[in-house]
Design a protein around this ligand. Structure first.
Ligand code: PGA
Length: 249
């Protein structure tokens, strides 16, 4: 049995003070929830305050990106040991916004995942097709390329979580239907089986991301290959994110 993961990606929202407030409310709202891992990924500047606010609660804190070198002359970058030192346990890698706007490639995704796992953190590695790729019938080819080129060296790690995020569903209010999500997740799991092993494929958690809300999480989670959610907009509000965490009702 795969333990579900519900992760919030706050993107470029919230100051340190706002992050701490939201996390304290969230910690209260999810108290006693069993059988689901809860993660919040605030901006770098709010990580320390977030870790402090989450202490003693089941909420884990993660970064949204990292650099793969452990230190050096890399102005503006943040190394994984620095993220770990703050008390973070997770890091997102390869989000489509990083790929679209900041030059992330499958090759850099591979290096970042390696750094995250080498430093003992959990990695949420994102894949997903654009609207143009879906309409051109390339969804599976894109997913296979992203998994094989970016993730394949890391697929047997229990600390690797995959997030399937169709780019056309992110922040658009257009969720993939549960059938579309299941189809993509099952395909990704099959690629993991071929690239690594059937055991790795059975074990790896695959999260769905893209306009996840309190009212659609249950049907998504009912799909056999959907093991959780990576939530953007609906994670900014503690009450709405807590409802997603409590998807079982
Ligand atoms: P969204 O973002 O929930 O606002 O669509 C998801 C994501 O980008 O991780």
């Amino acid at each position: 049995m795969r333990t579900p993961v519900i992760a919030g990606n706050w993107k470029m929202y919230k100051t340190a003070r706002q992050a701490a407030e939201t996390i304290r409310s969230l910690a209260d709202l999810v108290k006693g929830v069993q059988g689901v891992e809860v993660v919040i990924c605030p901006p770098f500047t709010a990580l320390a305050a977030a870790v402090e606010a989450a202490k003693g609660s089941p909420v884990a804190i993660g970064a949204q990106d990292c650099y793969w070198e452990k230190e050096g002359a890399f102005t503006g970058q943040v190394a994984v040991p620095m993220i770990a030192d703050l008390g973070c346990s997770h890091c997102i890698v390869g989000h489509s916004e990083r790929r679209q706007f900041f030059g992330e490639t499958d090759a850099t995704v591979d290096k970042k995942i390696e750094a995250v796992l080498a430093n003992g953190l959990n990695c949420i590695a994102c894949v997903g097709e654009t609207l143009a790729e879906r309409e051109a019938g390339q969804t599976f080819a894109v997913l296979e390329r992203q998994v094989r080129n970016g993730l394949s060296r890391h697929l047997t790690s229990a600390r690797l979580v995959i997030a399937y995020e169709p780019v056309w569903a992110i922040g658009t209010g257009k969720t993939a239907t549960p059938v579309q999500a299941q189809e993509a997740h099952a395909f990704i799991r099959q690629v993991v089986a071929e690239a690594a092993s059937p055991a790795a494929a059975q074990a790896v958690r695959i999260l769905y991301g893209g306009s996840v809300k309190p009212d659609n999480i249950a049907t998504l989670m009912a799909q056999p290959d959907v093991d959780g959610g990576l939530v953007g907009g609906a994670s900014l509000d503690a009450a709405s994110f807590a409802k997603i965490v409590r998807f079982r009702g």
